[in-house]
Design a protein around this ligand. Structure first.
Ligand code: SF4
Ligand code: SF4
Length: 82
């Protein structure tokens, strides 16, 4: 999963770009639900939120490291294919 850090300026540009609906406004800044973020595996070649974030505040979440295989598995699960 990816993670949004404290430099987020709440611009809301990333939220509509997420193919998994994993991004939402949290208590103070935008947050990514690690159960729904596939790092865009299954949908796009690159993480779409990172592509559009104007302040580059989205990075890998060290608390939720996943292999490409695990991300693919999550994609299949979320889309009802597994
Ligand atoms: Fe959504 Fe992709 Fe960003 Fe994860 S990496 S939060 S799936 S846009
Ligand atoms: Fe925050 Fe970046 Fe998303 Fe804007 S695009 S809400 S700055 S994480």
């Amino acid at each position: 999963s990816l993670r949004i850090d404290e430099n987020c300026i709440n611009c809301d540009v990333c939220e509509p770009e997420c193919p998994n609906g994993a991004i939402s406004m949290g208590p103070t800044i935008y947050v990514i639900d690690p159960d729904h973020c596939t790092e865009c595996v299954g949908h796009y070649d690159t993480p779409q939120c990172r592509e559009v974030c104007p302040v580059d505040c989205i990075d890998l979440d060290p608390e939720h490291p996943e292999t490409p295989e695990q991300l693919q598995e999550k994609f299949l699960h979320l889309t009802g294919q597994a």
